[in-house]
Design a protein. Structure first.
Length: 253
């Protein structure tokens, strides 16, 4: 049956930044499809752990700081030690810093770029090496943004990093598809998460954004679960290098 191609039973996924928000929504979606989850967070993902327990799904909690590359080898090693393999990587960890471009600091530039694009690339590289050594391919899902397509305002390093995510997704897909590795991305629209708390608290900006979204609502973390499961499953085996917008119609407007 076609629904069987969406099953992730017996699969193992590494999900970075899944303590709250979009990462948690995707991790729960993958787990609901049968996947064991390796959660990589800088803090203990207490809520996610409780939700996984209630689902009866295996969850390995790994603490790591993706501001640097030092922890990446141990993340893959711990995942393989616990579950014997890795099948899926979701590169969700990311940060945002807001300031006018004329005043933007080097520190805010470097911090965002290090997590949002540098660690994403090298995490993908490490997991791709694991996929190749296992001999049966795998799935990499990068989290892009509406600012992969648009310029935005007051978020120069975030825009640069998320534009880079779309580009490097295509690059990795071009090189690794022959290894049975599918690399794709999801570009969330305006989502109700910690990163957008300032925007939603500004009545004028909030109203302007809602008026632009054909769906007339902010997205929720659960809205990413289905697209993530699709890109993680064999249903997407011939999808390579694509960035899927999950935006309530924002880009179509």
């Amino acid at each position: 049956m076609i629904l069987d191609t969406f099953s992730l039973k017996g699969k193992v996924a590494i999900v970075t930044g899944c303590d709250t928000g979009l990462g948690q929504g995707m991790a729960l979606g993958l787990a609901n499809a049968g996947c064991s989850i390796v959660g990589v967070n800088i803090i203990e993902p207490t809520e996610t752990i409780e939700k996984m327990k209630s689902m009866g799904q295996a969850f390995l909690d790994i603490r790591a700081n993706l501001m640097s590359l030092d922890d990446i080898p141990s993340i893959v090693d711990k995942a393989v030690t616990a579950f014997g393999k890795v099948d899926i990587l979701v590169n969700n960890a990311g940060i945002i810093r807001r300031n006018d471009a004329i005043e933007f600091s080097e520190q805010d530039w470097d911090d965002v770029m290090n997590i949002n694009i540098k660690s994403l690339f090298f995490m993908s590289q490490a997991v791709a090496k694991q996929f190749i050594s296992q001999g049966h391919g795998g799935k990499i899902i990068n989290i892009a943004s509406m600012l992969s397509y648009q310029g935005g305002i007051r978020v120069p390093s975030y825009t640069a990093s998320k534009s880079g995510v779309m580009g490097v997704t295509r690059l990795m897909a071009n090189e690794w598809a022959k290894e049975g590795i599918n690399v794709n991305a999801i570009a969330p629209g305006y989502m109700a998460t910690n990163n957008t708390a300032q925007l939603r608290a500004d009545d004028q900006r909030n109203q302007a954004i809602l008026e632009r979204i054909p769906a007339a609502r902010w997205g929720e973390p659960a809205d990413l679960a289905g697209p993530c499961v699709f890109l993680a499953s064999s249903a997407s085996d011939y999808v390579n290098g694509y960035t899927l917008a999950v935006d309530g119609g924002w880009l179509a407007r």
